[in-house]
Design a protein around this ligand. Sequence first.
Ligand code: CP
Length: 310
Amino acid sequence: MGNLKGKDILHGNQFSKKDIDAIIKIASNFEKELKKKDSLTLLRGKILATLFYEPSTRTRLSFETAMQRLGGGVISMGSVESSSVAKGETLTDTVRTVSQYADVIVIRHPRTGSAREAADAVPIPVINAGDGTGQHPTQALLDIYTIHKELGSLKNLVVSMVGDLKNGRTVHALVELLSLFQARLYFVSPGSLRMPEEIASNLKQRGIEIEETEDFRKAASESRLIYMTRIQKERFENLSEYERVKGYYIIDEKFLKGLKNKVTILHPLPRVDEISPGVDTYHGAAYFRQVRNGVFVRMALLAMVLGRIP
Ligand code: CP
């Protein structure tokens, strides 16, 4: 099943439908196993290193949980300030060093392309946990797993992707996977935060139907899935521009009541104000189930890249 042994995970475009089928199957098996017992022994003796140069709650903790549930060990660089990065150590020197201790590295870094640079420097698998505004492929895979679980199919979906499409690495990765399943996509954003042109035109060239709009209500009323994203304050050079666009799109109970169609709502989290807490009890609000699914998908990926597929 799948063919990820020894491979890096860097970009949404590296996966085939066959890979995705295999990842879903393996993640689903792990989910079932963890209903029977707390932890497994498949990766006993293996060590994961997490190197996070940017803040994270879900990605780092779910990778660390995944490794520990599989019986493996975890070492973590901790904060940049508490490591030798603060003394000026280069990315490649850091990953070369860490590869002497660990069997697999998960890295998040503010620079687009940094995960590939790290992967080129070491012989062990490197997993991109977010490189600037570039890619976040493991988030996209857990999104796909969640869609498959929630809706029962990945085919011919109509999806609204909403918010900061310019800076959102999660949507940049997810469109690559959705495009394999003939999704029809609405890109809903303020004009200044549109999906990067090279991504949109590449999708169009591959025959994917895309509509870019600022009209969230219209797009939502035609969608089966709404993928909300946060406006990423930390990526703005001009904070007055952030103030102008923050709160541009919000799902609240009133918005949902106005929709005639049933929708499933995903969000990579963290959220700021784009989904009101009152929406959390709506049956289609799947974003905390999505968080949990991240553990099973990351268990699958670790087991696959380390060549220990059950
Ligand atoms: N979804 C996501 O990447 O969350 P964190 O930034 O908390 O890791």
